[in-house]
Design a protein around this ligand. Structure first.
Ligand code: GAP
Length: 465
């Protein structure tokens, strides 16, 4: 199976209402995208699947939703002010700016000139100020990762939920990075969403928990439909490691532009809680953290056996929603040659991710009886199947099937004259269910519609049948 090109995916996303360039009426903003009616459904379904597996299915993880804007002190002591940089070079010929580590043979990405400046560090954080007058005292940052909001709330969650190690705090939310070279559609953007878990463990237990999360996350992406042939684990080298990490394993997906990171699973040691804690000298912190004069809390936990305070280690599986979505779209996209010589475009999305769960199609668009029956069927489906159920009343069944193949709707239900012809126990009305992947059509009675769809796995994976 050949992966689609990025151009093909971009065109499909625009044509069918998944993703549009942002501020496009005024020419667009580089590295920013808006999610349309189908994109937002797909994105919410992906986030719900993550939340289900990380928070609802587990007894050792709590959820959180912290602020996007953060006090500059947080990002100072987290190390982001001094180290969250990329090397930037300018082309003296065409004036293009680019990341030094993205160029090949010391040549400008645009005009291929080798007349480039020396690389200099460029901090990726967006800053702003809080209140009416901008000054250095009221400077704030848009968070570059959701993780720091979790560390800020470590003590709140620990105390309010009476947690003991090991336990985790999960969060989904926006993150912002002023990328020098946003590229590859929604792969590298300036505003994106992360799904992050900070899992706090006793020092010494960190390596086995790290391996557990690497394996768990590798399997989870496969459960979302990514093939193991296109999903690999890659150990970061010492040069690649972030300032806080002892070891990081990346999950790489083979995108249309090549294998690239979808998720990183890092052992952040006691770096973050240590950096944000007061009385660092009394707590035997292992990581080299900067001395924090402003911290007001001891972000530590009492070891019940030794009675000593200890700063937990943190294992962090961190992935991008947008990158996940790009991988899922890329994996699901297929072009099939049909017997009649035409080509069918189909998104073979897992049903729990599909933006539309069932499309209901009346065969005649102006027949009152058919339309009344269609409303009845819609009501039944909406009462039993979570997610978006769509009325598709265009009057052209062939076109409706093609559209729903392209947007990944697992099932189309067609209401025809047999549906309304008889509605008694001996001749119950029937309708057809058309399966997206096999294109087979099954005729069932109205009473059997929901049980059949459940059997055919229409429902989200966690919905009780
Ligand atoms: N808290 C750890 C952290 O933020 P990261 O590797 O910098 O680590 C985690 O980012 C994930 O966030 C990445 O694996 C990727 O999926 C996503 N991500 C990072 N930068 C991104 C960008 N500019 N555009 C889209 N997604 C991005």
């Amino acid at each position: 199976m050949v992966a689609p090109s990025m151009d093909v995916l971009v065109a499909l996303c625009k044509r069918r209402g998944f993703i549009y360039p942002s501020s496009s009426v005024y020419g667009g903003l580089a590295g920013m995208y808006d999610y349309g009616p189908l994109g937002v459904e797909l994105k919410n379904n992906l986030k719900n699947a993550w939340w289900q597996s990380m928070v609802h299915d587990r007894d050792d993880v709590d959820g959180l939703d912290s602020c996007i804007m953060m006090d500059q002190t947080v990002l100072k002591y987290s190390g982001h002010e001094s180290t969250f940089t990329d090397p930037l070079v300018d082309c003296r010929e065409c004036k293009m700016r680019m990341r030094a580590d993205f160029i090949e043979n010391n040549q400008c990405i645009g005009c291929k000139s080798t007349n480039l400046t020396e690389a200099r560090d460029f901090n990726l954080m967006f800053s702003t100020s809080i209140g009416p007058i901008a000054s250095s005292e009221n400077k704030a940052y848009l968070r570059p990762e959701t993780a720091q909001g979790i560390f800020m709330n470590f003590k709140n969650v620990l105390d309010s939920q009476s947690r003991k190690l090991p336990f985790g705090i999960a969060q989904i939310g926006k993150a912002f990075r002023n990328e020098i070279t946003p590229r590859n559609f929604i792969f590298r953007v300036r505003e994106f969403e992360q799904m992050e878990l900070e899992f706090f463990v006793s020092p010494g237990d960190d390596e086995s928990w790290h391996q557990y999360w690497i394996d768990t996350r590798y399997q989870w992406w496969q459960d979302q439909g990514l093939s193991p042939k296109r999903l690999t684990k890659a150990e970061q080298t010492a040069d690649d490691l972030a300032h806080y990490a002892k070891r990081t394993v990346d999950l790489l997906y083979t995108f249309p532009h090549g294998p690239d990171e979808i998720e990183g699973i890092a052992n952040r040691t006691d770096y973050d809680l240590g950096s944000h804690t007061k009385e660092q000298d009394q707590l035997n912190i292992q990581a080299k953290v900067s001395e924090n004069q402003h911290a007001t809390q001891r972000l530590a936990i009492k070891n019940l056996e030794t009675n000593a305070w200890q700063v937990p280690y943190v294992i962090e599986p961190s992935c991008g929603v947008d990158r996940g979505l790009l991988a899922i779209l890329s994996e699901a996209y297929e072009e099939e040659e049909l017997e009649n010589g035409s080509t069918r475009i189909v998104l073979k999305l897992k049903p729990h991710l599909a933006p539309i769960k069932v499309a209901v199609i009346p065969i005649a668009k102006n027949n009152e009886q058919i339309l009344n029956m269609t409303q009845k069927i819609l009501k039944i489906l909406k009462a039993h199947i979570p997610g978006k159920i769509l009325l598709e009343n265009t009057g052209n069944i062939g076109k409706a099937y093609r559209r729903h193949d392209e947007i990944g709707t697992p099932f189309c239900v067609t209401i025809d004259f047999d549906t309304i012809s008889a509605e008694d126990a001996t001749h119950p009305g029937t309708l057809t269910i058309r399966d997206r992947d096999s294109m087979t059509q099954t005729r069932v009675s109205i009473a059997d519609l929901v049980p059949t769809l459940i059997k055919m796995n229409t429902l989200p994976q966690d919905c009780p049948a």
